[in-house]
Write a protein that binds this ligand. Structure first.
Ligand SMILES: Cc1ncc(COP(=O)(O)O)c(C=O)c1O
Length: 482
């Protein structure tokens, strides 16, 4: 039987895709890992019973997508995990685009630093447990069991406890003017899980994702796992360059933009109110989902921040992730993900696969504590304590000549050291001195931001801070004089 040219081409395309998928899945399964050589074209053609040309085309596509690389006269190799951060020419005035690939189970580089036990902890953007009302909380936990005697005998629903979601819907309306039905709210196990769920449900390999430069480092690690292309967007004290952002959205058609526009981690910048509505309009125009990570919203030192972008969203282009884990009770790991049904319908099944619902006990404790008057008193005092610690750290750094923009909220100082300063060596020396901080390069999707460090002022008390900063400055002095 004769087949038309069109059908034949479609058939060949299908076979190329099959080979492509076999290799991709093999990489994801670990059959071939970083820097492994793929089978030769001939071997793969025999294995899959296809023509060699088909394999060659599939390999070429894998090269184009940055998943494998060709080594002259040696064959095709799986790109290295570190090589997952490769710049390609984006056609704009600066190199800003790189590909991230799902070639291994990624790890959080930030968690790697946190794992190291130190006495002067300035790498964790966490609040000093002594600043949280621990005694009150533990009494509270006992009362919860009186209220819900069978609490431990049942699951939460996947979306989260209805009582909590209904209370959060009222909270968002009263505090932020945000209208969200309880069905549009999901309780997640921290914002970290929410970012992960979004990355698993809403992007597919090859999609383009915008991400701030610099950004919250584990978000880079999460998206890198999904074999997508990350496109960095700079954030400044004035927000984003909207003209540039529009060009990028127009040309690259990104699937989503992961952003942390309020007391941004690590810089502390806040995207001004004037840009927020425009950002949502851009998202609608170019059909790019905005993933608004709002962890530090309530930790402000002067005026409260502008309304979240989600407030301006009428068409369902914003996913709002609001964590309460930092200042309410980090151990409870409670965060809320708000999204309109079109997006929530994609995210909820992934949450079911992840954990079938955040522990009910945590949700009930959170619910009763969060809506108590005690919490409001606590947050007001906490803001003052954190502001004092920030000011203390700024005083201690004042004589160094290092530079930073004083944040008006959040938990971190983003500090610029002199050009060419060997930050990795500084970290190694500091760890020997029992001091930890975050090197700026891990907050950079391009891994290039060099002489910057993130110092968290929230975890250590003022005495520890004096000693920690003294050691940091001394270590920097040693390296300068080498
Ligand atoms: C910007 C940002 N997003 C998410 C998280 C994770 O928050 P959670 O503790 O709710 O998982 C953090 C924690 O430092 C953060 O800074």
């Amino acid at each position: 039987m004769m087949t038309s040219g069109k059908t034949e081409t479609a058939e060949i395309g299908k076979r190329v895709k099959t080979v492509y998928d076999v290799v991709l899945e093999g990489i994801q399964r670990g059959e071939w890992t970083t820097r492994d050589k793929l089978p030769s074209v001939r071997a793969m053609a025999e294995r899959l019973k296809v023509h060699r040309l088909t394999v060659m085309k599939a390999y070429q596509k894998l090269v184009d997508d940055g998943i494998v690389e060709v080594k002259y006269k040696s064959g095709c190799f799986v790109r290295g995990a570190a090589a997952g951060v490769t710049q390609v020419d984006s056609g704009v005035d600066q190199p800003w685009d790189y590909q991230a690939r799902k070639v291994y189970t990624n790890r959080s580089r930030l968690a790697d630093i946190h794992r190291l036990p130190v006495d002067y902890q300035m790498s964790e953007a966490l609040i000093d447990p002594n600043l949280l009302p621990n005694m009150y909380m533990s009494n509270y936990v006992k009362q919860i069991f009186d209220l819900y005697p069978k609490l431990l005998s049942t699951y939460s629903t996947v979306m989260g406890d209805l009582e909590l979601r209904e209370s959060m819907a009222v909270f968002f309306m009263q505090k932020q003017g945000i209208t969200a039905h309880a069905d549009e709210l999901m309780i997640t196990t921290g914002s970290q899980q929410a970012i992960d769920l979004v990355s698993r449900s809403l992007v597919k390999p090859g999609d383009k994702v915008l991400i701030e430069r610099p950004t919250y480092s584990p978000a880079i690690d999460v998206f890198v796992q999904q074999n997508i292309r990350l496109i960095p967007i700079s954030i400044t004290p004035e927000g984003y360059d909207l003209e540039h952002l529009e060009q990028v959205m127009k040309r690259e058609k990104p699937r989503l933009f992961y952003m942390n526009p309020t007391f941004h981690n690590p810089t502390g910048f806040t995207v001004p109110a004037g840009q927020r509505k425009m950002l949502v309009e851009l998202a609608e125009r170019y059909q790019c989902i905005l993933v608004e990570d709002d962890v530090y919203h309530d930790i402000y030192f002067g005026d409260p921040p502008p309304p979240p972008l989600f407030y301006y969203d009428t068409e369902g282009y914003v996913i709002y992730i609001r964590s309460f884990s930092k200042y309410v009770a980090p151990g409870l790991r409670i965060s809320v993900l708000a999204a309109r049904p079109s997006l929530m319908n994609g995210i909820a099944p992934v949450k079911a696969l992840a954990d079938n619902g955040t522990p009910l006990l945590n949700q009930k404790i959170f619910q009763h504590y969060f809506f108590s008057s005690r919490l409001q008193e606590h947050v007001a005092k906490l803001r003052i304590a954190l502001q004092l610690r920030k000011e203390k750290m700024e005083q201690l750094l004042a004589g160094t000549g290092w530079r930073w923009t004083s944040p008006s909220g959040g938990l971190n100082l983003w500090v610029q050291l002199p050009d060419g300063f060997p930050v990795e060596k500084l970290l190694a020396r500091c760890l020997e001195l029992s001091v930890a901080f975050v090197p700026g390069s891990i907050c950079d999707p391009l891994g290039q931001i060099e002489p910057w460090i993130r110092l968290s002022y929230s975890y250590i008390n003022e005495l520890q801070m004096e000693e920690g900063i003294r050691r940091l400055i001394a270590a920097a002095g040693e390296l300068r004089s080498c």
